[in-house]
Ligand binder design. Structure first.
Ligand SMILES: Nc1nc2c(ncn2[C@@H]2O[C@H](COP(=O)(O)OP(=O)(O)OP(=O)(O)O)[C@@H](O)[C@H]2O)c(=O)[nH]1
Ligand SMILES: [Zn+2]
Length: 219
């Protein structure tokens, strides 16, 4: 047995930081990371039988990397910090605040295929309300990552619960998954519905129904 790190053994002597344990090149700088990502896209193009050297594809790796940086820009967003602008002067408001039809685009972590849908968010304020655009920003902060829909739904609910400490939180997400509609099982119609109800919205079925009615959903 040797004490040599796996990465060094695999690379035949390369410095340990240059290869990860699964044998991938690990870039040190941001620029190296982009170059490595672009070369990965060139490999993908070769893998599907294309010629990454032909004119039309020369700029494609850089474009794809830029596009994925945009799809995944939510990693850089501190979602909870979005909920710090609140208005307490409307503290007499005792009803659900419901923001419906927040459209989003995410990407599934299994196939990197688009998940396109709408999120509906409700909360019952405890003492203050938040600017409604911030709720849509929270949705985007989690949507613009590689996701599965169940986790995204809970992350949005958790963020609102932590950020506003409300009496109730509800998040419903309806989405179409490209990995089901464009490939694989190739079904055009199914939409995945996920929901996360917390606090009074988990206990009070009448309140839950008000939320469902607002989005025109069947219970
Ligand atoms: N629960 C859940 N599943 C998802 C989501 N997005 C994609 N999937 C599923 O993840 C699964 C991955 O299954 P695998 O069998 O590993 O992948 P696959 O061979 O490409 O499967 P098929 O899509 O059936 O062709 C598939 O069933 C997808 O439909 C999501 O947000 N939530
Ligand atoms: Zn998928």
């Amino acid at each position: 047995m040797t004490d040599m790190p796996v990465s060094i053994m695999r690379s035949g002597g390369l410095a340990a930081h240059q290869l990860s344990d699964d044998g991938e090149f690990v870039a040190e700088s941001g620029e190296d990371r982009l170059a490595a990502a672009e070369s990965g896209i060139r490999a993908l193009l070769r893998g599907i039988g294309e010629d990454p050297g032909r004119d039309g594809l020369l700029e494609t790796p850089a474009r794809v990397v830029r596009a994925f940086s945009e799809y995944c820009s939510g990693y850089a967003v501190d979602a909870k910090a979005l909920l710090t602008t609140t208005f307490s002067e409307v503290s007499g408001y005792q009803n659900l605040v419901i923001l419906t039809d927040i459209d989003f685009v995410s990407h599934c972590e299994h196939h990197l295929a688009p998940i396109v849908g709408k999120a509906h968010v409700a909360y019952l304020p405890a003492s203050s309300v938040v600017g409604i655009s911030k709720l849509a920003r929270v949705v985007d902060a989690y949507a613009r990552r590689l996701q599965i829909q169940e986790r995204m739904t809970s992350q949005i609910a958790q963020c609102i619960e932590d950020g506003l400490n409300p009496q109730a939180v509800g998040v419903i997400v309806d989405a179409e998954h490209g990995c089901m509609t464009l490939r694989g099982v190739n079904k055009r119609s199914p939409r995945l519905r996920t929901q996360d109800f917390r606090g009074l919205l988990a206990e009070d079925l009448t309140m839950q129904q008000r939320f469902l009615d607002a989005i025109g959903a069947r219970p």
